[in-house]
Design a protein around this ligand. Structure first.
Ligand SMILES: [Zn+2]
Length: 210
């Protein structure tokens, strides 16, 4: 099964064309009842904290160089109100499946997490999965929670059962896991929580460094 996680070298910008995009030509096969015609995304209430405002779009464009594609909601905010994490549609407008449902947009957070990745933490974390059944179970629950959150946005067969960041068997991208932890809150992503603790003296959602 192809690994859909975007390259770690480019954690902040969803790829223009996903590198493992599954061909979707079958959707247009005459006579085939398209199984992946998805219902419209769940759109958050326009006045809720997740709602994307014009100001958010401006900040996101500043953070990423452009407004992220497939943008559905702001999933986490800095105490100052600026977006930290966006929630993205599982299928982009051009049909590309996009498995990274939670995307870390804050450059300060991305840099802090990159500093942890640079220490090789993912290999050590992956190793602990084999030694600690409780941790492995928590990481699997995070995977399932990730898929459940995505399912709210539609069904995309090409990425069914595939989450992101290496879940459930590996730890591959801490940016993905931190984005999930920030979006879901503490206690959902064990490695996301752990990474946030590791960077807490440098970056925290509770202390604006925007
Ligand atoms: Zn801030």
């Amino acid at each position: 099964m192809p690994d859909p996680t975007p390259p770690a070298a480019d954690p902040a910008v969803p790829p223009a064309t996903h590198p493992t995009a599954h061909p979707t030509a079958h959707r247009d096969t005459p006579g085939l009842t398209a199984p992946d015609r998805t219902p419209p995304p769940v759109v958050p209430a326009s006045d809720g904290p997740a709602a994307v405002t014009d100001a958010d779009r401006a900040v996101l464009a500043e953070q990423l160089g452009r407004v992220p594609r497939g943008l559905v909601a702001v999933a986490a905010r800095c105490v100052c109100g600026r977006p930290l994490v966006v929630r993205t549609a599982p299928r982009l407008d051009d049909g590309t499946p996009f498995p990274t449902t939670y995307y870390l947009t804050s450059p300060q957070a991305v840099a802090a997490v990159s500093s942890v990745e640079a220490t090789g933490a993912m290999k050590e974390m992956t190793g602990r999965l084999a030694e600690d059944p409780e941790l492995a179970a928590a990481h699997r629950r995070a995977h399932e929670a990730y898929l459940a959150d995505r399912a709210e946005l539609g069904d995309v067969p090409e990425i069914a059962g595939i989450s992101a960041g290496g879940m459930p068997h590996r730890v591959k991208c801490l940016h993905v896991l931190v984005a999930h932890a920030l979006a879901a809150g503490p206690g959902v992503s064990p490695f996301g929580d752990e990474t946030l603790a590791l960077v807490a003296d440098r970056w925290s959602p509770d202390r604006c460094t925007c």
